[in-house]
Design a protein around this ligand. Structure first.
Ligand code: SF4
Length: 657
């Protein structure tokens, strides 16, 4: 049925019929119907979202679709009505809902606080931010309150004045919950049969044993190559000085609003600052790995901070619960949010200092912020617990490494692969719920004729001359192509070096229309829009641009990757993953570093060809691809295309584009 509906939808919408998409839809439909796990690598251009949305919609089951990015969530939101208009004719039209993180919506409680601030004259006329006011009015006039749909752009700081984090939001205990777009989205999701959410929210659902999304039959993870990291971060703790400072500032303002005696308030908040500074000092002098549970002076400092936060919460509760105490609704909302922040802080500090074994399998470290972070080393335990009762489907353009799903299945805890679910069990437990099937659907693009892979002869990245050699080569290639280059770097230092070199040499040779766009100079979307429209521009960026960038046409004819993006050797989480792999008998480099680097290289290279008519050159400026045995694994993870090894070949290739 899913395949017939896919045909109908494509006919109705003028879409292209692609055999790979039909295969994918048939396999996904079978997996949802039979309740078996499926891993589906679907090359760029297959039309993955129709390949799983239509089977989900026609399944008559409750299915969650979880993406990594909001961009993809919005694309699915745009696709859904087109599909439902056709799929609904076939019978039951399922209710659908899209839910984003709490901070993606206007928070009515914060908006009320903003009103009060204006009324009290807390801001002078010149300080009043028109854009925030416009947003509040837009939402009050019936806008959906989502930042992504806002009529005006706002900075993160402006948005922060009228939105709330998950840590601050008291959710069902909030006095404003009945007017809240975030709660409305959550309620709609709980009622819906097709729910579109993100990986982090799904992680929260796993951690809370299903209390976020409710029971469902199947989940489809798109962009599943990012799933492991998202699930780990949704479980981990992040304790930053800023987080504590936000609590103190909110608590201090609240204590004033509820008329706490000035000397008591000063004493409580100065105690808080003292404990917060003490804890921050400990963090600053202990950058690096930290043992869990915190012990010795760490333990004492964390417990003192926790006790002080708790004392402030208790004082707030005591004042607000006094007989006859009445407060404006905005003050009540302020109190609820402050208590929620306090509860999360106390809870996290309790986990960090608990001696009940909860540290097992987690790594804790202090980054140079200084920020304290924890993460599970592996998510396979909790993921496989969920997969024991819910059908899981993972899809992405890059799920395999050198044709193998093994790195993904090990990370997520799947069982054995079978080619047919009716295969008899052999050595497995008779009821192994983690068996899976897999499908690889190649891209419809003709990579051998649309793209080339240039592997230049350059010094090894460990050579002091490597950075300048890459900048010089980039300069030459950009000049030859007349801009049109996306340069993806693995460090901010490389971005600066290459951008400087291009600015120095390219201005004259490329003329006035040429622009060198550097990540960080302007917001990401603006940068991408300019790169898209100014065909001769060059965009130099780092890791955030290796994925999710979709530039069609002549504006992007070269993608240059400065080096193989291995995880940092000193990153505590990756160190712990390597150790865990070694403990399980796997060679850490091949089990941990290489799969991640190969996957990310494929993602970066995948920015080049986005349509049947795109053509261009991928350049990998890391000689280890040729000199080390693992180079072949990375090349085999990319689509097949001609390999060029000299600058003359590369130049000739660019000339004929
Ligand atoms: S539930 Fe309350 S605090 Fe949370 S987002 Fe809604 S209005 Fe804001």
């Amino acid at each position: 049925m899913a395949v017939d509906v896919l045909d109908d939808v494509l006919d109705a919408t003028g879409g292209q019929h692609r055999p790979g998409q039909v295969d994918m839809a048939a396999w996904v439909a079978q997996a949802i119907s039979d309740g078996h796990h499926l891993l589906c690598e679907a090359g760029t251009g297959i039309g993955k979202s129709f390949g799983y949305l239509i089977p989900a919609i026609t399944s008559h089951k409750r299915v969650v679709i979880a993406t990594s990015t909001k961009t993809l969530q919005d694309q699915i939101a745009a696709d859904l009505p087109r599909i439902l208009a056709v799929a609904g004719v076939e019978g039951h039209t399922p209710r659908t809902a899209i839910i984003k993180g709490r901070a993606s919506y206007v928070c009515p409680a914060k908006a009320a606080d903003y009103d009060v601030q204006l009324t009290l004259g807390g801001t002078s006329e010149s300080d009043i931010d028109d854009r925030v006011g416009v947003l509040i009015n837009w939402w009050r006039d019936g806008g959906d309150g989502q930042r992504d749909h806002a009529p005006v752009e706002v900075t993160n700081a402006q948005w922060g004045t009228i939105s709330t984090s998950g840590m601050e939001c008291p959710a069902t205990r909030c006095s404003y919950k009945n007017d809240c777009p975030a709660m409305e989205a959550l309620d709609a999701a709980r009622e819906a049969e097709i729910i579109i959410c993100n990986h982090h929210l799904y992680g929260a659902d796993i951690s809370s044993e299903g209390s976020v999304l409710g029971a469902h039959d199947a989940v489809v993870f798109d962009e599943a190559h990012r799933l492991e990291d998202a699930l780990c971060s949704s479980v981990g703790i992040t304790l930053t000085p800023r987080r504590v400072a936000i609590f103190i500032s909110q608590a201090n303002t609240l204590l004033k609003r509820i008329d706490m005696d000035t000397s008591q308030r000063t004493s409580l908040t100065s105690d808080l600052w003292k404990r917060a500074k003490e804890f921050e000092g400990w963090m600053a002098s202990n950058i690096g790995n930290v043992d869990l549970p915190l012990h010795g002076s760490w333990y004492t400092s964390a417990r003192k901070l926790s006790d002080t936060v708790r004392a402030v919460s208790d004082a707030i509760v005591e004042i607000t619960k006094q007989p006859g105490a009445t407060f404006e609704l905005a003050v009540i909302g302020h109190g609820e949010r402050t208590l929620n922040l306090a509860g999360h802080l106390v809870g996290d500090l309790a986990v960090l200092t608990s001696d009940d074994g909860s540290s097992n399998g987690h790594v804790c470290w202090i980054d140079p912020g200084p920020n304290l972070r924890t993460s599970p080393i592996s998510i396979s335990g909790s993921f496989s617990d969920r997969a024991a009762t819910v059908t899981t489907i993972c899809t992405s353009a890059t799920l395999t490494v050198d044709g193998s799903f093994e790195p993904l299945t090990r990370a997520l805890g799947y069982g054995v692969e079978v080619s047919d679910m009716s295969e008899p069990y052999e050595d497995e437990e008779p009821s192994d719920p983690l068996r899976y099937m897999s499908l690889r659907v190649g891209s419809p693009f003709d990579y051998p004729s649309q793209a080339g892979l240039y592997l230049p002869q350059l010094p090894d990245p460990s050579d002091p001359g490597w950075g300048d050699a890459v900048a010089d080569l980039t300069n030459d290639l950009v000049a030859r192509a007349g801009g049109r280059a996306l340069i993806l770097c693995t460090s901010n230092a490389a971005v600066a070096r290459i951008a400087d070199k291009l600015s120095e040499h390219q201005q004259s040779s490329l003329g006035d229309g040429h622009q060198i766009l550097v990540q960080g100079a302007v917001p990401r979307q603006k940068l991408l829009d300019t790169f898209r429209t100014e065909a001769t521009s060059v965009l130099v960026a780092t890791m955030g641009f290796w994925e999710g960038v979709d530039i069609v046409g002549d504006a992007c004819q070269i993608v240059i990757l400065d080096r193989i993006p291995f995880p940092r050797p000193d990153d505590p989480l990756w160190q712990a993953r390597r150790q865990a792999a070694a403990d399980d008998g796997y060679p850490p480099f091949f089990a941990v570093d290489l799969p991640r680097a190969a996957n990310l290289t494929a993602q970066g290279a995948g920015r080049l060809i986005r349509t049947h008519t795109d053509r261009g050159l991928i350049v990998l400026c890391d000689s280890r691809i040729r000199t080390r045995s693992y180079g072949r694994t990375i090349i085999n993870t990319l689509p097949e295309m001609p390999i060029l090894t000299t600058i003359d070949e590369a130049g000739a290739y660019l000339d004929q584009l």
